[in-house]
Design a protein around this ligand. Structure first.
Ligand code: UDX
Ligand code: UDX
Length: 464
């Protein structure tokens, strides 16, 4: 393989956009084309005002500003980009299937398959095709079959190169990854292809952090990493329920166990539940694969991670209703935070929407404030859950108007700004008794209690 000077990425989303922006910055000698079927999304990536990029990530706008128009291009010209590229990354979404066999469990590979067919019908020279999307084990084989059987005789190497970035820290994670994983065929052509891709990352990632494996290990490692991370959150969340009943404090327990080097202190923050595009989807996918392979016990084990997560979201909403004297009908409840975690405008699988739905089903008046999520996005999320958003939903651009005359405030995302709100002012403007339900355990309970609030914090005995 000659030196790589031209690559393209199909899918200008949360993964494709930031990943390509970093490659473009670190490899000025490579022309990077990011293409997408969605013209509005591409227009947003090309917006002269960098504040209008379609996704928010700290540091991303500056990085795009530096490379865009130099060696980083966003367009809808998919075929042209495929044809010119030596390496094609597939970074389209792989949602959980909503129909047919595997509905609600398996990953929907429709878009990945479309990409493979498009690459096959367009390419006139040999290509390396890289799976960036998280995919079930052995998807590379399916892609290879499509490429080899529908193509025009050119040769393809399919690599698995899963992305481990987390939203909100995407740029940092890409600049200093714990590891880069590349899986490929175990033959000379496969090794060459792996090396071509590795040589791109080697522009800024130390060689010892670039792992090379077979394709199946790489695909399965991505699912397993997300399953382990989600499992940690569900484990600490399961103990948070126990803490609330026993007077133990989940933050103290997390610190005490996290100082054990064998356990480690990351991913032990109790919460109202995990959200995001990956954890639930990947667990469901893992469970589905295990069931398909007749590994019932393994499937049941991992399914519990999702069960506990559903329980945690439900428990949080139920607690609000019970505490407010078993009904929230007609009551104003302020929800602070909508994103699935801080520093992102992404709301996919956000626990906030499930909590809001439960409360609206009990006829509460929901008033939402989130510093980054748009009003339309909140409406879309609730409509997706079948909630009538015409009544009972109000969106605010200030946490103070959202909580004015409210019966209760619930914190659903751990945005830093929530820690330093003028809580005295909020208290004075709320109805009494004024309740706070802290689903992210970010407030100092004692201080909040002293102001006069009745306070519940996830994983701690309530102070009502
Ligand atoms: C990624 C991964 O690819 C997914 O597997 C992982 O589990 C989550 O992260 P993400 O970048 O977050 O997906 O998805 P999204 O932001 O929805 O972006 C995907 C883009 O692909 C969209 O802009 C969509 O328009 C585009 N797309 C989709 C195409 O260009 N062609 C298609 O055929 C389908
Ligand atoms: C995750 C993986 O971390 C990343 O490696 C993978 O590529 C994609 O999926 P992401 O979904 O962006 O990334 O965010 P992450 O930081 O992992 O958080 C996921 C969810 O778990 C969030 O809702 C977060 O609030 C929650 N969480 C995380 C907790 O509740 N407690 C924790 O201690 C950590």
């Amino acid at each position: 393989m000659s030196t790589i000077t031209n690559i393209c990425c199909i899918g200008a989303g949360y993964v494709g956009g930031p990943t390509m922006a970093v490659i473009a910055q670190k490899c000025p000698h490579i022309k990077v084309n990011v293409v997408d079927v969605n013209p509005e999304r591409i227009a947003a990536w090309n917006d002269v005002n960098l504040e209008n990029l379609p996704i928010y990530e700290p540091g991303l706008a500056e990085m795009v500003g530096e490379s865009r128009g130099r060696n980083l291009f966003f367009s809808t010209q998919i075929e042209q980009a495929i044809n010119n590229a030596q390496i094609i990354f597939i970074s389209v979404n792989t949602p959980t299937k909503t129909y047919g066999k595997g509905k609600g469990m398996a990953a929907d590979l429709k878009f990945v398959e479309l990409c493979a067919r498009q690459i096959a019908s367009t390419s006139s020279e040999n290509k390396i095709v890289v799976e960036k999307s998280t995919l079930p084990v052995r998807t590379a084989q399916a892609i290879k079959n499509i490429l080899d059987n529908t193509g025009t005789g050119v040769k393809y190497q399919v690599l698995s190169n899963p992305e481990f970035l987390a939203e909100g820290t995407a740029i940092q994670d890409l600049l200093e990854p714990d590891r880069v994983l590349i899986g490929g065929e175990e033959n000379p052509e496969g090794k060459n292809a792996i090396e071509a891709l590795a040589s791109i990352y080697a522009n800024w990632v130390p060689r010892e952090k670039i792992l090379q494996t077979n394709v199946w290990s790489s695909e399965l490692s991505k699912l397993t990493a997300n399953a382990f991370l989600a499992q940690r959150v569900s484990s600490i969340n399961s103990i948070s329920a126990l803490c609330e009943k026993t007077g133990a404090n989940i933050d103290e327990v997390a610190k005490a166990i996290g100082m054990d080097k064998r356990i480690g202190d990351k991913f032990l923050k109790a919460s109202v539940g995990f959200g995001g595009s990956c954890f639930q989807k990947d667990i469901l996918n893992l469970v589905y694969i295990c069931r398909s392979l007749n590994l019932q016990h393994v499937a049941d084990y991992w399914e519990q991670v999702k069960t506990i997560n559903d329980y945690q979201k439900q428990r949080f909403a139920d607690n609000i209703i019970q505490t407010l004297y078993n009904t929230v009908s007609g009551k104003k409840i302020a929800l602070l935070g909508w994103a699935f975690k801080k520093d992102t405008n992404d709301t996919r699988e956000t626990p906030a929407m499930y909590v809001a739905k439960e409360l609206i089903d009990d006829q509460a008046e929901i008033h939402v404030y989130d510093p980054k999520v748009t009003k339309q996005q909140i409406i879309n999320d609730l409509e997706y859950l079948g909630v009538d958003t015409q009544k009972n939903l109000h969106i605010h651009s200030s946490p103070y108007t959202a909580s004015e005359k409210a019966h209760a405030v619930a914190i659903l995302t751990e945005w830093d700004e929530f820690k330093s709100l003028k809580w005295e002012q909020i208290y004075s403007e709320m109805l009494k008794p004024a309740f706070i339900f802290d689903g992210r355990s970010i407030l100092d309970m004692q201080k909040i209690k002293q102001i006069g609030f009745k306070v519940y914090c996830i994983g701690k005995e309530p102070m009502f």
